[in-house]
Design a protein around this ligand. Structure first.
Ligand code: ATP
Ligand code: MG
Length: 251
């Protein structure tokens, strides 16, 4: 099972939008058994998939070992895609992880899911703390959404530094320009400066995901943004294939 963390220390950069749409592409476009794990107490991913939110306040218990992941996992409306939703109990997760003193608790829990799923996608909160350190240690690949602005570029430098600081074997990082408006010169400059980075257009169809509470591929499948998410996931699958080839030789 590959673990794809969608992470940034900055808020509002498009993490949940990217995580939810990529999870759908993974399950529906590539027939991967996919689990989307929401680690943000605000439960954005659960909202985006219109999950029944009556069963709540147990997400943190999973880390304590009081409940199993399978008791919390909920199916989405789409074949091959399940969710491990968040709730407000995750507000205390960071201090709990520090108290527990298990540096790889998240990786251990993820490993227990590897028989049932091919792809685990983590929708992360915008934090730099023990939880983010555990995410970065567990990840096979880290996707960092970057709106094209100098402040985002600074946030990206923080992530790169944090990965170096927290892991002995840093996972590859894939920056994604997350909100590109080609009418703006700053955005065009960001594209020109980073020609190999994937990018997602800034369009109202993407915002509509939170209105329809569905991934864009289900209601605007031929739109440029839906195609951009699909192309991004194709690239991630290729990258994961290359990593799988590299790892045994490294060992
Ligand atoms: N490509 C896009 N085009 C237009 N709007 C977008 C795009 N990507 C994200 N947005 C909008 O930007 C806002 C923030 O996106 P999102 O919630 O995905 O960010 P986030 O990084 O998960 O935020 P947080 O740090 O609060 O969890 C949302 O209103 C979303 O609809
Ligand atoms: Mg979010």
């Amino acid at each position: 099972m590959a673990i794809i963390a969608v992470y940034s220390a900055k808020g509002g950069v498009g993490k949940t939008t990217i995580a939810t749409n990529l999870a759908w592409c993974s399950a529906q476009g590539h027939a991967r058994r996919t689990l989307l794990w929401d680690l943000d107490p605000l439960d954005g991913s659960g909202f985006m998939f219109a999950l029944d939110d009556r069963r709540k306040r147990q997400a943190r218990s999973l880390f304590a070992g009081d409940v199993s992941a399978h008791a919390l996992i909920q199916p989405s409306s789409y074949a091959g895609l399940d969710l491990l939703p968040a709730d407000s109990s995750l507000r205390e997760l960071d201090s709990m992880l520090l108290r527990m003193g298990q540096r790889n608790r998240l990786a251990t829990l993820a490993k227990q899911l590897s028989r049932q799923y091919d792809r685990l996608i983590l929708d992360c909160p915008p934090v730099l703390n023990e939880l983010s350190a555990q995410v970065l240690r567990a990840a096979t690949l880290v996707i960092v959404p970057l709106p094209p602005s100098p402040l985002s570029a600074r946030g990206f430098d923080f992530v790169v530094e944090e990965i170096r600081r927290t892991t002995k074997r840093p996972p590859p990082i894939l920056p994604v320009l997350s909100m590109i408006d080609r009418r703006r010169s700053l955005h065009l400059e960001a594209l020109a400066a980073n020609p190999t980075w994937p990018w997602i257009p800034m369009v109202s169809a993407v915002e509509q995901c939170a209105v329809h509470r569905r991934p864009i591929g289900t209601f605007a499948p031929r739109s440029p943004a839906a195609l951009a998410f699909s192309k991004l996931w194709d690239g991630i699958e290729r990258k994961l294939g290359q990593l799988a080839l590299i790892r045994p030789m490294e060992a």
